[in-house]
Design a protein around this ligand. Structure first.
Ligand code: MN
Length: 731
């Protein structure tokens, strides 16, 4: 068990200016915080953070990282708080410890291995600082080194997680040694029998092989240098875990594996590959059938390299792979690496990923080399996967979404049906509005209700195309259904008024006469106002005369505004004068010319108005802001100066037109009619458009007292959250 003074000494060896007092304070703080806690080994808990810190001294890390390592388990496992740590050790260290706490809370173990790559990205997204990752890896390494103290039933899960997530992450970051050790311990604990078999065979082969490897390597160096070839030679005895993986992947036995000892030779140019091959084949005897030229004939996955196996000194088979740097990167990162070599080409996801890892690797290399990493680290923020957010389903499925995505996006990412019927959600066990933004590591449970239709307004809050498209689809379907439901009501009432029997079968028989394919098409057309209910009655009962219904329709109108939602009213058009016989109270008009209000938009007291004279037709009153007035600009002789002349004793209503754009929600129509009715205005006519499946544009011809009254109505409608705009028509 390492002691505090030993740790300080390790740090001072590479950083003579280390803040010894602060290191000691961290130690005392952590020791007190962990108090009597013990490790599974029975050691005092403080031994663990000290060992983690010691591992990090190998990377020559700065004081902040070493101290964060000492404190890394305090917030999560003890009474210590971030605030307290910040007060005692400063903001930087507090942020590092906080980052580690966040990762620890994730409990990655329970998640599925198939999502390992995304889990690694999640780690990178959560760690704001590369030092958080380094401490986390060191933490994992020490936990693996002491894994044998942990109860056996827990070991496999921890080992599996290490093999799936942390070992590859260490590899991607360029920390090969750490990767090897993590894999070795992980393999041993997860598959003890396989591990024993592979290591035993390896041991048998190994006797004397170390020298052979060294001899081949120096031989190669000399011969290639003599030919003027500059090459990187990487000679390694394969690790047990990678041998095992290859055996699994190729389903071959240990004996069939020829590359237990292998060299990778990386050269600058393609031509060099063949020159190296020439040198190798003239030096050692090649094994027949083992030569593969994947450079002239690349593998399906674009893998390019020359493989050959030779009989090395001591009769040991040695596999050699010869490739350029570019081929090597593609082999390492797969297809994604292609994009790196495309000049300025737009990076795909994969390319960005591999670039992110390369950046990480370079960062670690700089750390290991740097004389004073403090400054470098302070300005190095990890923003590798910050444009993504990673969340879990309750069953541990990992869902990656763009940053800014909401719970609705999450629901649609799980399944379209889940999104369509989502009504509520829980985030980390707590209820949350479905429009809430997601955060990394959130566990999200979506509550669904059958028969639900996503509100069209969701379209504006989602971040993914999938959700947007699905919401549009669902609302369009709902609108169709709504129209045909409305149409059915209209049609049924029309039959009642006509005193004719109605049945779906009758209607079906009349389809050819209506030039529609399905009954639903007819009903929807009526609901949309594209077809008259009277025409439907006529199609079913050709003997029916329309006049019979006229009286009935007039009766319907008397029932008032509320009936408007029954949509028969949609077809009402009352042309001409609003005020019936009453004279239009306008001053400034001579003679007995007929007077009308602007045909679209009308005019109300409070508007500044002008009259336009049309010979043979009369005078039309426009509000001064009316766009239609521009039509008369070239005819100043037709403009008349007019003013309102209201008789308080005989109040009357005046025509105005408004266009309401509203989200197409069930009941919106009745709601608007209610607001207008309660405001004491009359609705003279309604025309509805559906400019998009999600919105309805409704044109109301109103009768109001004056401008103030009209503005109050507009204000009342605007106050509805489903209303996107209200405009007065002035043309
Ligand atoms: Mn720990």
């Amino acid at each position: 068990m390492i002691r505090q003074y030993e740790l300080v000494e390790l740090v001072k060896r590479y950083n003579p200016h280390a803040d010894e007092a602060l290191l000691n304070r961290a130690y005392v703080y952590a020791m007190r915080a962990h108090g009597a806690q013990k490790r599974a080994s029975g050691d005092p808990y403080i031994s663990h953070p000290l060992e983690v810190a010691a591992i990090l001294t190998k990377l020559r890390l700065d004081d902040a990282t070493i101290i964060a390592a000492i404190l890394h388990d305090t917030i999560e496992d003890t009474a210590a708080t971030r605030d307290e740590i910040e007060k005692l050790f400063g903001q930087q260290i507090a942020t590092l410890v906080d980052g580690l706490t966040k990762i620890k809370k994730l409990d990655l173990v329970s998640k599925k291995a198939a999502q390992a790559e995304n889990l690694r990205k999640l780690l990178l997204a959560i760690a704001d600082d590369v030092r958080v990752l380094l401490v986390k890896l060191a933490d994992r390494l020490h936990n693996m080194r002491t894994l044998h103290h942990v109860p056996p039933e827990k070991r496999a899960r921890i080992a599996e997680e290490t093999l799936d997530i942390y070992a590859p992450l260490a590899g991607r970051m360029g920390m090969q040694e750490m990767r090897d050790e993590l894999e070795d311990i992980g393999f041993r604990n997860l598959m003890p029998e396989a591990y024993a078999m592979v290591t035993k065979r390896l041991e048998e082969l190994r006797s004397g092989s170390k020298e052979i490897i060294a001899r081949i390597e120096s031989d190669l160096h000399d011969r290639l240098a003599a030919q003027g070839i500059s090459a990187e030679i990487d000679g390694r005895e394969k690790q047990p875990y990678s041998i095992w993986k290859k055996m699994e992947r190729k389903s071959v036995s240990f004996e069939q594996l020829s590359d237990i000892f292998g060299f990778r030779i990386i050269v600058p140019a393609l031509a060099d590959c063949y020159r190296v091959l020439g040198v190798i084949h003239t030096t050692w005897a090649s094994v027949p059938g083992r030569f593969k030229d994947y450079i002239s004939t690349p593998k399906q996955n674009d893998y390019r390299s020359i493989h050959t196996t030779v009989i090395g000194p001591g009769q040991q088979r040695v596999e050699l792979q010869i490739r350029t740097r570019k081929m090597h990167d593609i082999a390492e990162y797969g297809i994604a690496a292609h994009a790196i070599y495309k000049d300025g080409g737009p990076g795909q996801d994969g390319a960005r990923d591999s670039r992110a890892y390369q950046w990480l690797r370079r960062t670690i290399e700089l750390l290991a080399e740097g004389d004073s990493p403090e400054e470098f680290l302070e300005h190095t923020k990890l923003e590798l996967f910050h444009d993504q957010v990673f969340c879990f389903t309750p069953k541990g499925r990992l869902i990656a979404l763009p940053r800014g995505a909401t719970l609705i996006d999450f629901a649609y990412a799980v399944h379209t049906d889940v999104g369509d019927t989502a009504v509520a959600a829980k985030v980390n066990g707590r209820s949350a509005p479905v429009i809430s933004e997601l955060h990394n590591g959130d566990e999200v449970e979506i509550v669904c209700a059958e028969g639900q239709v996503p509100p069209a307004a969701w379209e504006a809050v989602v971040a993914t195309g999938k959700a947007r498209a699905a919401i549009r689809r669902a609302t369009r379907a709902a609108v169709r259904k709504q129209y045909s439901g409305l149409g059915r009501q209209i049609v049924e009432r029309a039959f009642v008024r006509a005193n004719k029997p109605f049945s779906m079968d009758n209607l079906k028989a009349a389809l050819p006469r209506l030039a529609r394919q399905h009954v639903d098409d007819v009903l929807a057309a009526v609901g949309r106002g594209e077809m008259f209910s009277g025409d439907v009655v006529k199609a079913v009962h050709p003997d029916f005369k329309e006049e019979q219904a006229a009286g009935a329709e007039a009766d319907e109108r008397e029932k008032g505004w509320f009936e408007l939602k029954k949509a028969e009213s949609l077809k009402f058009r009352v042309p001409g004068q609003v005020n019936g016989e009453a004279a239009i109270p306008i001053r400034g008009l001579g003679g007995d010319l007929p007077v009308h209000f602007a045909p679209h938009g009308g005019a109300v007291p409070g508007d500044r108005i002008v009259g336009i004279l049309t010979p043979g037709e009369g005078i039309t009153i426009y509000p001064i802001q009316s766009e239609a007035l521009s039509n008369f600009e070239d005819h100043p002789e037709r403009w008349l100066d007019v003013r309102w002349d209201l008789d308080e004793a005989r109040r009357s209503r005046f025509p105005a037109q408004i266009i309401v754009s509203a989200i197409n929600e069930p009941g919106i129509f009745a709601e608007l009619a209610r607001i207008i009715g309660e405001a004491d205005a009359n609705i003279d006519n309604i025309i509805m458009h559906a400019p998009s499946p999600d919105f309805r544009e409704i044109v109301f011809d109103l009768e109001v007292w004056d401008l103030k009254h009209l503005n109050a109505i507009i204000g009342g409608i605007k106050a509805k959250s489903v209303v996107s705009s209200v405009k007065r028509v002035n043309d």
